[in-house]
Ligand binder design. Structure first.
Ligand code: ADP
Length: 423
């Protein structure tokens, strides 16, 4: 049991000495109150014992056991002397016996507490037995038993509560250590992840740059072969070279998309904001997309007329609309319709691209703007793509402090909307 008692640090030791001194001072303060006969001799001895109480409490550093048990024992003797000097049972000092009991309940072991009870019992019983009437009438036995019982219950309860608190404290300390270890582990994992992320970015940048140069050269030679100045080609050769050219275009787009996203990650997207006529912007973008739409057999239409001015980076917004239009054309079957509008609405200028295409399953719409995500409706069909277009469009929207939102019904079509500040 003893070993379970935690050693006291310097500040608690100081508090313990202060508590002992305060208890002695309190006991002597009571002497000045009017009361029955005083025995100056016993009072003198009590004074010396009072000093001893404080000295014993102060000895904690050299001898914790002596301080823990000796201090309350001396205080019990002090109370007995004060009772005697104050005229016996009627002196009113009896309640002071609780103080050393509380001391042992909070600082001592269970055995030390029992020892304390025995001291108190002795200090109460001896005068009753030896000195007796009239200063120690037999009726005082009852008071002694009541005080003893109350002290036992209170002190044991206190000791149990403290024991629980210490156990919980220990558990909490263990938890804190475990949490600290987990935190350190997470920090290390975080560092490793950051390193990996940096490596990934460096790798992608390197690969993208390395791909760009040969791609430009491939494209150049393909153009020479298929161009008007090239040698005459057989229809099969022409078909092969056109396929190669188309795939070189796709690879160029992918490399450009990856490089663009790397710029986004590096926070290097610069916007040149200026009042922009969205009606005109949509008109010219629609014109560029017209051949692809015609080839697919879908109708392109612009809704709303007249200039609508928004504050944005024209080049970037063209990039967004081109991407949305390309998707709309790609995912709309022949005979379908694509409509765009740029409208002044509450809070700004809304750009919307709607189609009557295959739509997107509702449970996948939230991930649509994640990099490399392709909805099951796209992957289950024959739609080529990388899943980067919408991520790029969204990062451009975010750079404009906006967001692209989507509404879509599978089999019926989709609408992508973007709100820009009005100019
Ligand atoms: P990609 O078109 O290269 O697959 P995007 O990032 O542009 O990649 O689009 C991600 C996914 O969102 C597409 O694969 C497709 O599933 C879905 N999607 C985008 N636009 C449409 C649309 N207009 N209609 C139906 N699905 C679309």
């Amino acid at each position: 049991m003893q070993s379970m008692l935690a050693p006291l640090d310097a500040s608690r030791r100081r508090r313990v000495v202060a508590a002992a001194a305060a208890a002695v001072a309190f006991a002597f303060l009571l002497v000045v109150l009017p009361g029955p006969t005083r025995n100056p001799g016993a009072l003198g001895v009590a004074g010396a014992v009072g000093v001893l109480v404080v000295v014993l409490a102060a000895s904690w550093r050299c001898s914790p056991v002596l301080a823990r048990v000796g201090t309350p024992a001396a205080f019990i003797a002090l109370v007995a002397l004060l009772i005697d000097s104050g005229g016996g049972t009627s002196s009113g000092y009896g309640g002071l016996f609780l103080l050393p009991m509380l001391w042992l309940a909070s600082l001592g072991s269970r055995q030390e507490l029992v020892l304390g009870f025995l001291f108190v019992l002795l200090a109460r019983a001896l005068p009753l037995r030896i000195v007796g009437e009239p200063r120690y009438p037999s009726s005082a036995w009852r008071a002694a038993i009541v005080l003893g019982a109350v002290a036992v219950i209170a002190c044991v309860t206190i000791q149990e509560l403290l024991r629980h608190a210490r156990v919980r404290g220990g558990q909490l300390a263990e938890r804190a250590v475990a949490l600290e270890q987990a935190r350190a582990q997470l920090e290390e994992q975080n560092r490793q992840l950051r390193d990996l992320d940096r490596l990934k970015t460096e790798f992608l940048t390197l690969v993208s740059h390395q791909l760009r140069t040969p791609l430009t050269s491939i494209k150049g030679y393909l153009e020479l072969l298929t161009g008007e100045d090239g040698e005459p080609l057989t229809p099969t050769q022409h078909r092969f070279l056109t396929t190669a050219d188309r795939n070189a275009d796709r690879l160029t787009t992918l490399v450009n998309d990856l490089l663009f996203l790397m710029q986004v990650d590096a926070g290097a997207i610069e916007l040149h904001l200026a009042p922009t006529d969205i009606g005109e912007l949509l008109h010219s973008t629609l014109a560029s997309a017209a051949p692809a739409a015609a080839a697919k057999g879908v109708l392109l239409a612009q809704e709303g007329a007249g200039p609508v001015l928004a504050l944005c980076d024209r080049g970037r917004i063209v990039q967004v609309v081109e991407g949305l239009l390309a998707n709309a054309i790609k995912f709309t079957p022949a005979g379908g319709r694509i409509a765009v509008h740029g409208l002044r609405v509450v809070g700004g200028v809304e750009i919307a691209v709607s189609d009557t295409g295959i739509g997107i399953p509702p449970d996948e719409q939230e991930q649509l703007f994640d990099r490399f995500f392709r909805a099951s409706s796209a992957t289950s069909g024959v739609f080529p793509g990388t899943g980067l277009g919408l991520a790029i469009a969204q990062s451009i929207a975010e750079a404009h402090e906006s967001r692209i939102v989507v509404e879509s019904t599978p089999g019926r079509g989709s609408t992508f909307r973007l709100l820009l500040p009005a100019a």
